[in-house]
Design a protein around this ligand. Structure first.
Ligand SMILES: C[S@@+](CC[C@H](N)C(=O)[O-])C[C@H]1O[C@@H](n2cnc3c(N)ncnc32)[C@H](O)[C@@H]1O
Length: 201
């Protein structure tokens, strides 16, 4: 992804962020604690919004161009918490087992080629009492938005090359063995936040 594509992505997202996503991000990120891993951090939309009881944030993304923006943003929040970012694939995380207290993913599982493999990796790197917090766009949650996201998906995927409009991410999270504590639906049910635990407490 080129620098201009990265800038276009941020411009495209500005309105959505301003009127809806930022509030959801804040709510989600208020629940982080301890050592945090953010996968698919992109240009760092969450960086200034972490407000939980955290020790530090390690962030990864496949795209070096996007990470450059993230590191730039992180400089502004320096001092609030230590922040490190590097290139890595969520399907093969370069971290030890049971390393993190919280894993965060926002708008990422739509574009991971093998979501079950990435979920297995998230589970592996989370401590046993760790939490997995997601905000994802998903297959519609009612019959009308389901039909719409299924119908739009092929054209959207052809245009975007990697983004699936109709993934049922909460179902995948549960199938991967996480215990879902809470979900909430937004934007006519196409945006979903999911709060899950590695093990039931
Ligand atoms: C739509 S952007 C979302 C960025 C950011 N999380 C946000 O909330 O705005 C999706 C990001 O996921 C990253 N990504 C996609 N597949 C990935 C993978 N397998 N491993 C790591 N990052 C991935 C992309 O490079 C991109 O930066």
């Amino acid at each position: 992804m080129s620098n201009s594509e990265v800038k276009n992505y941020d411009r495209f997202m500005w309105l959505l962020e301003r009127f809806s996503l930022r509030r959801l991000r804040r709510d989600l990120l208020g629940d982080v604690y301890g050592e945090v891993l953010e996968i698919g951090v992109g240009t760092g939309a969450n960086v200034g919004l972490y407000n939980g009881n955290l020790e530090w944030v390690t962030a990864v993304d496949l795209s070096a161009e996007r990470l450059a923006g993230t590191v730039e943003r992180a400089r502004f929040v320096n001092g609030s918490y230590p922040f490190m970012a590097g290139c890595a694939d969520a399907q093969r995380l370069p971290f030890a087992d049971n390393q993190f207290d919280t894993v965060v993913s926002t708008l990422v599982f739509c574009s991971i080629p093998d979501p079950m493999q990435a979920l297995a990796e998230v589970k592996r790197v989370l401590k046993d009492d760790g939490r997995f917090l997601l905000m994802e766009h998903v297959r519609g949650l009612n019959p009308i938005t389901q039909r719409l996201t299924d119908w739009l998906h092929p054209a959207w995927f052809a245009l975007q090359h990697s983004c699936h409009l109709n993934r049922e991410t909460a179902v995948a999270v549960q199938s991967a063995g996480f215990h879902i504590q809470e979900t909430s639906a937004h934007g006519w049910g196409v945006i979903q936040t999911i709060k899950a635990q590695k093990r039931e407490r």
